[in-house]
Design a protein around this ligand. Structure first.
Ligand code: FNR
Length: 194
């Protein structure tokens, strides 16, 4: 496969926790990605709290600018979201809010970008409400969310071991299918834009 045919997808998990189930899920997705699809595991660590005064005085923080450029250069974005109080965790939303500054850069970073959205929770509903809560954000940013698959990982404390390996073969199979399907979507969008 030529370099041009290889797909580069930036992956972000919305948890800072060392043993995060969502970070485990993102790393597993990267491991299970098919030939020709690379999910680069990135982090929201280092993104400060959004403060309009800081932006006005100092501009965009270096870590935010770096992440923006990585997403802009990627063929797709793979979001793995926890759920807090039936919605998007503040730390994840805050990071994405910074990535949308200045707003004139939104088309460069997010415009037409294929986006995958999955999540893991120890509860029984597998982040269904936080995944839904992301949809207006993804629409506002002009992204292309992929609706061809859905992955809600519930009872996450029983799905991963401490090192992040997936213990449940059904979840591994579902994740493999999800990543493959998203990869096909990213390839189609890239071909249509070429
Ligand atoms: C939670 N958790 C949670 N889980 C869920 O399924 N629905 C919810 O509404 C909430 N609400 C919630 C609020 C707050 C403030 C915290 C800290 C936690 C539990 C959450 O899913 C659990 O802590 C996960 O382990 C978080 O994801 P990571 O850090 O494992 O990726």
């Amino acid at each position: 496969m030529t370099d041009a045919a290889r797909l580069r997808i930036v992956g972000l998990s919305g948890s800072l926790r060392t043993g995060s189930f969502n970070a485990h899920l993102l790393r597993a997705a990267a491991r299970l990605a098919p030939e020709g699809v690379a999910i680069e595991v990135e982090t929201i660590r280092g993104v400060p709290l959004y403060d309009g005064d800081v932006e006005a005085a100092e501009g965009i923080p270096a870590r935010v600018a770096e992440l923006k450029d990585k997403i802009a250069a990627a063929d797709g974005l793979f979001l793995v979201t926890p759920e807090y109080n039936n919605s998007i965790p503040g730390v994840f939303k805050n990071a994405v809010d910074w990535l949308t500054r200045p707003s004139g850069d939104i088309p460069r970073v997010f415009g037409g970008k294929p986006v995958a959205l999955i999540g893991a929770s120890p509860g029984g509903f597998g982040t269904i409400l936080s995944q839904d809560a992301w949809l207006p954000v993804l629409r506002t940013l002009g992204t292309r969310p992929w609706f061809g698959g859905r992955l809600l990982v519930s009872r996450a404390h029983k799905v991963f071991d401490e090192a992040g390996a997936i213990l449940d073969p059904a979840i591994e199979q579902a994740l493999t299918g999800y990543v493959a399907g998203f990869g096909e979507f990213v390839r189609e969008v890239k071909a249509a834009r070429a």
